[in-house]
Unconditional design. Structure first.
Length: 191
């Protein structure tokens, strides 16, 4: 996977930049927050990246900070939030502002993003509130470990390759006291 790119900026547009690395120009979709930090064409930039591979192509997303990339990955893991919507959310404020909005349950902040309705905004808050702390001294995302067997089982199903929505459906109504029992029951239902 491509973890970062460094090189001169060739193109700077409202939704993407092109950075040359070893003679290859990489087109990176970026948020408005990242674009503000990308220097003018001809100057060197360093961007953290995430590669998304789909049937119709490969898409490279660029981020000014590791925290922004981590929040992108968390948002992308929410049902009904794809990479483009996650990038649109990141354009709506700094990482600190967005994590504070999640922690405080500010769904109006997310509803203001094109492509996000009330249900998706609430889903973002519900699914990410446990993973993102509220205001912290540093501009960082803190992952909170949960000892809830259902949360651990859901993470296990995600690790097995299930989409967030599929994992929720599989776990809905299954019985078990440990994450292992819940995963086994969910997989039995799937079969």
């Amino acid at each position: 996977m491509i973890a970062s790119v460094r090189g001169p900026v060739l193109v700077r547009r409202p939704d993407h930049v092109v950075v040359e690395c070893a003679g290859v120009g990489y087109r990176l979709a970026v948020s408005a927050e990242t674009l503000d930090k990308v220097p003018a064409a001809g100057k060197e930039a360093v961007l953290h990246t995430h590669l998304v591979m789909r049937d119709d192509g490969m898409y490279l997303f660029g981020f000014a900070t590791e925290d922004e990339r981590e929040l992108f990955l968390l948002l992308n893991g929410v049902q009904s939030v794809g990479p483009k919507v996650a990038l649109a959310v990141l354009s709506g404020g700094t990482v600190r502002e967005l994590t504070n909005a999640i922690a405080s349950g500010d769904s109006a902040r997310f509803q203001a993003v094109p492509g996000i309705g009330k249900r998706t905004a609430e889903r973002i808050i519900v699914e990410l509130r446990e993973k993102v702390t509220g205001p912290t001294g540093a501009d960082e995302i803190a992952i909170i470990r949960s000892d809830d067997p259902r949360v651990i089982a859901r993470e296990g199903l995600l690790g097995l390759g299930y989409e967030p929505g599929e994992a929720d459906v599989l776990l809905d109504g299954v019985e078990g006291e440990t994450p292992e029992e819940l995963i086994a029951a969910a997989l039995k239902e799937a079969a």
